[in-house]
Unconditional design. Structure first.
Length: 373
């Protein structure tokens, strides 16, 4: 952190408080955020500040994007722009120059919202097993298959789709970029009814001989999709650990305020030793999680963040998020079970953090592979 990043954070925070948070209850009720919301967000330079100016960004380092994610998480916003950022980095790191110039400025401005279509009804973390196919036919690919649990699936204008262009296994996977508006054969199925993160649409997607130009193949070479996906994993894992740190800190702050005001047996809850000890434990975890995340961010900026550290941050920080929010909710008593209280919403929102982006079990297995070969 430095003065420039601090000033940027304050701008982001004020914008979220003034322009996004007042509408969050409505978005939760309807199950999605209207795509046009992100245009002014992009106009402020908040969508993809880390992109080079020639692609519509601000030319900043990755700390700026992570500050945006930090502030959005504190405001209970869903993971829309995190997924958007990952999709943009696929284009930035692996796309041809023509692809970058075609799509990145629209993503940076917020004109378009990007999503990533990986998970299938019968395939989650094992991306080598995907069945959606993209068959070459002249100057086009014909995509057939289905995806599920796709964040911003019903509102994204641009989708990075993992499809099989070759033989079974990782070498047969490619990434194709779809412009979804009025695209024949492309259909959005149900918006899925989740236990948490109600403002974020999560949808089923169907592809019925969707015709995509060959120049929409990311990077222009078949069979590179699995390597492209693996190359972004440290950043993707960090984008999940960061909201965990933010949620833990907010849970502790909310509970501290509540226990100071709430009376029981003639005294404030904060005066009971159990309350003080529980919050001391939670505050300690908040500090350790934030220190770990900050260290990973610095290593990301330095180009030294290894895969295993990112896996550790993802699983451990999200597990602590679940524990701390649960402890804090307990101190709210019955009010903690009421969705009008943020702590209740944070409790259900936190649960998916241990699942998407690679479950806790997958993260531990990946770390163990390094330990044991």
């Amino acid at each position: 952190m430095d003065e420039d990043v601090d000033a940027f954070r304050e701008q982001v925070r004020r914008y979220i408080e003034g322009e996004l948070s007042p509408h969050l209850a409505v978005w939760r009720h309807q199950g999605y955020i209207p795509p046009e919301v992100w245009r002014p967000f992009g106009a402020m330079g908040f969508m993809l500040p880390e992109l080079d100016e020639r692609y519509g960004g601000g030319g900043a380092n990755m700390a700026y994007q992570l500050v945006v994610q930090d502030e959005l998480a504190k405001a209970e916003m869903p993971v829309y722009t995190a997924v958007h950022s990952i999709a943009a980095h696929y284009l930035l790191d692996y796309g041809t120059e023509e692809q970058k110039r075609r799509w990145l400025p629209r993503l940076a401005s917020g004109e378009w919202l990007a999503g990533i279509a990986l998970t299938e009804p019968g395939c989650g973390s094992d991306l080598k097993a995907i069945r959606t196919r993209a068959a070459r036919e002249g100057a086009h690919y014909l995509i057939d298959g289905a995806k599920t649990f796709i964040s911003a699936g019903s509102t994204a204008n641009l989708l990075v789709v993992a499809a099989r262009t070759g033989a079974p296994g990782s070498r047969g996977v490619s990434l194709l970029v779809l412009e979804t508006k009025d695209l024949p054969g492309f259909r959005v199925g149900r918006r899925l009814d989740k236990i948490g993160q109600h403002a974020g649409d999560t949808a089923e997607l169907f592809f019925d001989s969707v015709r995509v130009p060959v120049d929409h193949l990311l990077g222009g070479e078949e069979g590179q999709g699995f390597a492209q996906l693996m190359g972004q994993l440290p950043y993707e894992r960090l984008l999940i650990a960061m909201p965990a740190a933010a949620a833990i800190e907010r849970a502790v702050a909310l509970t501290e305020d509540y226990t100071k005001q709430r009376k029981a047996f003639g005294q404030a809850l904060a005066d009971f030793q159990n309350t003080r000890f529980k919050l001391a434990e939670c505050a300690t975890l908040a500090h350790v999680v934030r220190s770990f995340v900050n260290d990973c961010i610095q290593r990301l900026l330095d180009g030294t963040l290894d895969d295993e550290a990112a896996y550790m941050a993802k699983w451990w920080c999200t597990e602590q998020q679940g524990k701390v929010v649960d402890e804090c909710l307990q101190l709210f008593g019955g009010y903690g079970y009421m969705t009008e209280y943020p702590i209740a919403r944070m409790f259900v929102d936190a649960r998916v953090q241990r699942i998407y982006g690679g479950s806790t079990e997958i993260m531990k297995d990946l770390i163990a592979r390094r330990l044991f070969g």
